[in-house]
Ligand binder design. Structure first.
Ligand SMILES: Nc1ncnc2c1ncn2[C@@H]1O[C@H](COP(=O)(O)OP(=O)(O)OP(=O)(O)O)[C@@H](O)[C@H]1O
Length: 186
C-alpha cells in the first residue's frame, strides 16, 4: 500500500521552478532520503507532501503524516510534556517517547528553555507519538550530538520495522533504514 505517491509533480517557489516531472512512491516499511544543494527544494518537497504547499502541476496522494522541520511546533510557554501532549492522540505513551528521545529529565521544563538539539529531539518525540504512518523529517540530524544521532537511528528503525514510511531531507547520511535516495539538482 502506498503511503505517499507523487505523480509528475512540479513545484514553483520563490519566483522559480524548483523541479518538475517528479515521481515518488513510498510504501510501508520504506524510507527515502532527499539530497541536493541548498535551495534545490528539499524542504519544499516535504511541505508539498505535507499538504502545506500546492504543486504547480501533478498530483500528491498522501496517508496521514507528521512533519518535523526547524520549527518545533510546540507552545514555547508550556512544559515540554504538556506541549507534546497537545499533539498526542489518546493512548500515546508520552513518558516512553521522552525516554526514547533522551528528554525524560526535561518533561517539566518550558519549551522556550530547550537547546537547539533538545528542540530537535522534542519534534521527533512529537512525530513519534503522532500515530501517523508517514513521517516527513526535514534535516532531523541537525544539531544532534552523537548520542542523539543514535536515538534518531533507533526511532527510524522502529518506525520502519512497524510498517511506517519516512521521507527525509538531509545533508548527511541517516541510519536506521535502507534509504533510497532522491537527489534534487539545480
Ligand atoms: N516561504 C518561501 N517563500 C518564497 N520562497 C521560498 C520560501 N521558502 C523557500 N523559498 C525558496 O524556495 C527555494 C527552495 O528552498 P528550500 O528551502 O525548499 O530548499 P532546500 O533544498 O531545502 O535548501 P537547504 O539545503 O538550504 O535547506 C529557495 O530558492 C528558497 O529561496
Amino acid at each position: 500500500m502506498s503511503l505517499l505517491a507523487l505523480h509528475n509533480v512540479a513545484c514553483w517557489r520563490g519566483g522559480r521552478l524548483l523541479f518538475e516531472g517528479l515521481n515518488v512512491e513510498l510504501g510501508a516499511g520504506e524510507a527515502m532520503l532527499v539530497t541536493g544543494p541548498n535551495g534545490t527544494g528539499k524542504s519544499s518537497l516535504l511541505r508539498l507532501a505535507a499538504g502545506l504547499l500546492r504543486p504547480l502541476g501533478g498530483t500528491v496522494e498522501v496517508a496521514p503524516c507528521a512533519l518535523a522541520d526547524e520549527r518545533p511546533a510546540l507552545d514555547p510557554e508550556l512544559p515540554l510534556a504538556r506541549a507534546i501532549a497537545l499533539w498526542t492522540p489518546v493512548g500515546g505513551d508520552i513518558p516512553a517517547a521522552l525516554v526514547a528521545t533522551g528528554l525524560e529529565a526535561l518533561a517539566d521544563v518550558p519549551v522556550r528553555l530547550l537547546s537547539t538539539g533538545q528542540l530537535r529531539r522534542a519534534s521527533l518525540a512529537r512525530v513519534s507519538l503522532s500515530a501517523a504512518p508517514l513521517w516527513l523529517l526535514d534535516e532531523p540530524a541537525n544539531g544532534l550530538d552523537t548520542a542523539s544521532l543514535d536515538l534518531l537511528t533507533a526511532l527510524v528503525s522502529r518506525h520502519i520495522a512497524c510498517g511506517g514510511a519516512i521521507l527525509a531531507a538531509s545533508h548527511q547520511p541517516l541510519g536506521g533504514a535502507q534509504w533510497r535516495t532522491l537527489e534534487l539538482a539545480r
